[in-house]
Design a binder for this molecule. Structure first.
Ligand SMILES: C[S@@+](CC[C@H](N)C(=O)[O-])C[C@H]1O[C@@H](n2cnc3c(N)ncnc32)[C@H](O)[C@@H]1O
Length: 390
């Protein structure tokens, strides 16, 4: 699919001849100072990879539209800052534009690369080629013959291939559905996934060596999940969530713009209650994720006027007032087949009674039958939840 918009020509245009080295070094310095970048091998890769080659333009949200930014000082500053930028947008059937690809924050990429404990000689599969920047870091570190990357966007892969080739990198790039992995290759040591998946496909386990690692953003519903690092055992994938929450663009099933999210329902049609919970707080993502063991998946978490809105696949919905009243309580309205807020509260009460544990106390076991079991502290411990089959 051809993405919307054009790459703008500008005075600084995207050549490797730009004075980018010092900027790449500054970025590496900053990530080192922040304690994110620790491995000298990744530092070398970061310093040697011109990010502007992979982000010749990006899109900035302006009221009512996305505007392309390219070839300016502002563009170059942003490209060499620790920023995520939208790099491809598409038009949904309802006419609205939606981001379909982005270059993630370099700190997030580095965090993922270091967490995966990638070593010389490893064969790595990346799901979500996007701009190709991360593929370039991997190729620089391991050599292109050890790097495989797949994206559902044919144009994205073609652009990435050209950019990588200008730097002398020739990894194996594939256009396809990353949930199937890349078939017909020897087993991988590591799989790094840079789009959000509603479930971990067993195909990834089939393509991983025993003791190999996969790092992916598991989101059981919109915004309901985070990064989980899983080890391949003979009969399962198992591991823990990373301490810090992160979220990627959702995996698409086709090289088209995703369907528009369902519209939130009308507040005045629902049942009303009050809460002191602020669902926008990052820590609340944990019980929101766990609640997906009890609720139909939330397809869209968004905002409308002064409401935070949640719309589930079966049409159930919740709207929570963004601002509390003077007594700290927020109005909640809910409607549809399932009382999603009531079920969320059940999970929330248990989570609060457990001392509000963060992501790093939770783990996940995935088996070939598709079961996803979430556990607290220990796979065989007292607190386990099963996500409904996807
Ligand atoms: C956050 S971007 C990738 C960032 C990229 N790794 C980089 O370094 O710039 C997520 C990518 O996942 C891709 N994607 C979405 N659904 C996919 C699927 N089913 N299979 C493979 N890639 C997919 C998107 O097209 C998008 O390019």
């Amino acid at each position: 699919m051809e993405a919307e918009g054009t790459d703008l020509e500008g005075p600084l245009m995207t050549t490797t001849a730009l004075p980018w080295d010092a900027r790449a070094r500054d970025l590496a310095d900053r990530l080192t100072k922040d304690g994110v970048l620790r491995d000298p091998a990744w530092r070398t890769a970061l310093e040697a990879t011109p990010r502007h080659v992979f982000v010749p333009s990006f899109y900035r949200r302006e009221p009512g539209c996305w505007v392309a930014v390219a070839g300016t000082e502002d563009w170059l500053d942003t490209v060499y800052s620790d920023s995520a930028v939208v790099t491809a947008i598409a038009r949904m059937p309802n006419g609205e534009q939606v981001p379909i690809s982005s270059a993630s924050e370099p700190s997030l990429m580095v965090r993922m690369l270091e967490t995966l404990d990638i070593r010389d000689g490893h064969r790595v599969l990346e799901v979500g080629t996007g701009t190709g920047y991360n593929t370039a870091l991997l190729s620089r570190r391991l050599g292109g013959d050890h790097v495989y990357s797949i994206d559902i966007g044919a144009d994205l892969v073609e652009s990435a291939r050209e950019r990588l080739a200008t730097l002398g990198h020739h990894p194996t790039l594939t256009v396809g559905h990353g949930a199937q992995g890349v078939v017909g290759q020897a087993l991988f040591d590591r799989i790094l996934v840079t789009c959000a998946v509603p479930a971990i496909p067993w195909a990834w386990a089939d393509q991983l060596k025993i003791n190999g690692l996969v790092l992916a953003d598991l989101e059981a519903g919109s915004g309901a999940g985070s990064l989980v690092l899983l080890r391949r055992y003979p009969d399962r994938l198992e591991g823990r969530f990373l301490p810090d929450w992160a979220s990627f663009v959702p995996m698409r099933d086709a090289d088209t713009a995703p369907e528009p999210p369902p519209r939130p329902s009308r507040v005045d049609e629902g049942a009303i209650c009050w809460t002191d919970i602020d669902p926008t707080l990052p820590e609340e993502r944990v019980p929101y994720f766990l609640a997906h063991t009890l609720i139909p998946p939330v397809l869209a978490m968004g905002e409308r006027d002064e409401w935070i809105t949640f719309t589930a696949r079966d049409g159930s919905w919740v709207e929570v007032r963004r601002e509390p009243e003077a007594d700290g309580q927020r109005m909640v309205c809910q409607g549809g087949p399932v009382r999603v807020w009531d079920r969320f509260l059940r999970t929330h009460r248990l989570w609060a009674a457990l001392g509000r544990p963060g992501w790093d106390r939770f783990g996940l076991t995935v088996t070939a039958d598709g079961y996803h079991r979430v556990w607290l502290d220990d796979p065989d411990g007292d607190f386990r939840w099963t996500l409904p089959p996807h």
